[in-house]
Write a protein that binds this ligand. Structure first.
Ligand SMILES: Cc1cc2nc3c(=O)[nH]c(=O)nc-3n(C[C@H](O)[C@H](O)[C@H](O)COP(=O)(O)OP(=O)(O)OC[C@H]3O[C@@H](n4cnc5c(N)ncnc54)[C@H](O)[C@@H]3O)c2cc1C
Length: 349
C-alpha cells in the first residue's frame, strides 16, 4: 500500500526525505526578449511628442554607448515634463538591461527528486547555492526552474552567462511548507510577482492534471494574478493563456506596470493587490474598512472581461514573490476577508 497517497499534501511535504544529489542541466532557455529596436522606436516617439528631437538618439543607433544622462539634461533644458523624462528613463533602463534576464533551467536528477507542488530546491551551481521554486509538476521526470537575473547577484550573474546544457550541478531538496492544499470546495486565488509565479505554475499544472479543479463535477474558480513590468517578463504567459482559453473557471489576470510605454497593452496596469480588488465580489467588501492604500480601488472596474468574481471567505489564497511585496499582498488579502487559515505565502528574500 502506498501510504503517501493517504497523506495530505502538507503531511507529504513534511515526510519527504531531504536529498542532496548530482544533477545535469538539460536546458537553459531565455524566456524574455531583447526588445531594443522597439525601445529605441518608443524613445524616438516620446521625443517627437515632446520638446525633444529624435535625432538626439543618433548615438544609440550607431552602437556607441549612449549617455542617457546627457539626454535627460537636454530634455530638462528644453522644459520637458518630468513625466516625459521618467518615461524615457524607464525605457532606457530596459534598454540597458542585459538579455536574457529571465530564463528557464531544466535539471535531470537520477533518481528524480520527489516533491509536492509549491516546494523549492537549493541549486548549487558555479560554487554558489541558492533556493529556487520548482515550476513544473512532480509528475515530470526533470525539475524546471524559472530564474530572474539579479544585477550584481552572485549566482545569477554567473548562471546567465556561463550555464549551459550538460553542466553538472548539485540539487538539495525538497524544501518548503507553502504547498498546494488538498482538494476542497474553495476557490483558489494565486497572487504573484515575477518569478514568484514559479511554485504556482507547479500547483496549477498539478491541479489540472489531477482533476482537482473540480469537486464532484463542480468547477472551482482558479485565479492567477501576475504582476510584472513588461509583457515578455511574464513567466509561462503562453501556458497560462492556454489554460484560460481551455477552462472557463481559470482566470488569468496579468498586470503590467510598464508595457504601455512600448505597446497598446490594454490589460491591467496597477499593482497586484490593487487589481485583485476589482475582481472581488463587491458585496463581500461593501462594509469592509480598507486601508487607505487600497480604498481608492474599491470601486475599480476590471479591465478584463471575466464573468466570475472572488468571494474571499470561500477561497484559498497563495502569495509569492519578493518578501516586501508578499507582505503587502498578505496584508491586502487579510483586509479583504481571506481567512488566515486559508492563506499560504512565501518570500524570496
Ligand atoms: C524559498 C525561495 C525560493 C526562491 N525561488 C526563486 C525562483 O523561483 N526564481 C528566482 O529567480 N529566484 C528565486 N529565489 C531567489 C533566489 O534564491 C536568489 O536569491 C536569487 O536568484 C538571487 O541570487 P544571486 O546569488 O544572483 O544574488 P545574491 O548575490 O544572493 O543577492 C542579491 C540581492 O538580490 C535580492 N534578490 C533576490 N531575488 C531577487 C529578485 N528576483 N529580484 C530582485 N532582487 C532579488 C536578494 O534579496 C539580495 O539582496 C528564491 C528564494 C527563496 C528564499
Amino acid at each position: 500500500m502506498d501510504v503517501s497517497r493517504h497523506m495530505s499534501q502538507h503531511e507529504r511535504a513534511e515526510s519527504m526525505r531531504l536529498v542532496t544529489d548530482d544533477g545535469t542541466v538539460t536546458l537553459v532557455e531565455a524566456m524574455d526578449e531583447s526588445r531594443n529596436d522597439e525601445i529605441l522606436a518608443a524613445v524616438r516617439d516620446q521625443l517627437s511628442r515632446s520638446v525633444g528631437d529624435p535625432s538626439w538618439l543618433r548615438a544609440v543607433d550607431s552602437g556607441a554607448d549612449y549617455e542617457w544622462g546627457r539626454l535627460y539634461e537636454r530634455l530638462r533644458e528644453a522644459d520637458a515634463s518630468q513625466e516625459r523624462i521618467d518615461a524615457i528613463r524607464t525605457l532606457a533602463e530596459r534598454f540597458e538591461r542585459p538579455y536574457p534576464s529571465l530564463t528557464r533551467v531544466r535539471v535531470a536528477v537520477d533518481p528524480p527528486i520527489d516533491f509536492v507542488p509549491g516546494q523549492y530546491v537549493t541549486l548549487r551551481a558555479h560554487g554558489t547555492p541558492r533556493a529556487y521554486s520548482i515550476a513544473n509538476s512532480p509528475s515530470e521526470d526533470e525539475l524546471e526552474l524559472c530564474i530572474r537575473r539579479v544585477p550584481g547577484g552572485r549566482l545569477t550573474s554567473e548562471l546567465f552567462v556561463h550555464s549551459k546544457s550538460g553542466d553538472s550541478v548539485v540539487v538539495r531538496g525538497p524544501n518548503g511548507e507553502m504547498v498546494l492544499d488538498d482538494p476542497s470546495e474553495k476557490d483558489m486565488v494565486f497572487l504573484a510577482t515575477s518569478t514568484g509565479v514559479a511554485p504556482f505554475k507547479s500547483m496549477i499544472d498539478y491541479t489540472f492534471e489531477q482533476g482537482w479543479d473540480t469537486v464532484d463535477g463542480d468547477p472551482r474558480d482558479i485565479w492567477l494574478f501576475l504582476g510584472c513590468g513588461w509583457e515578455d517578463d511574464l513567466p509561462y504567459d503562453a501556458q497560462f493563456r492556454a489554460y484560460d482559453r481551455e477552462y472557463d473557471h481559470f482566470h488569468y489576470v496579468p498586470t503590467l506596470s510598464r508595457e504601455r510605454l512600448l505597446t497598446e497593452w490594454d490589460g491591467e496596469t496597477n499593482y497586484v493587490q490593487q487589481v485583485l480588488l476589482a475582481y472581488i465580489e463587491s458585496d463581500a467588501i461593501a462594509d469592509v474598512e480598507l486601508p487607505s492604500s487600497l480604498s481608492a480601488y474599491r470601486s475599480a472596474r476590471p479591465r478584463q472581461d471575466v464573468d466570475a468574481r472572488i468571494d474571499p471567505a470561500e477561497s484559498e489564497l497563495y502569495a509569492c514573490g519578493m518578501s516586501a511585496m508578499v507582505r503587502v499582498l498578505v496584508r491586502a488579502g487579510r483586509a479583504v476577508g481571506f481567512e488566515d487559515a486559508e492563506m499560504q505565502y512565501e518570500g524570496f528574500g
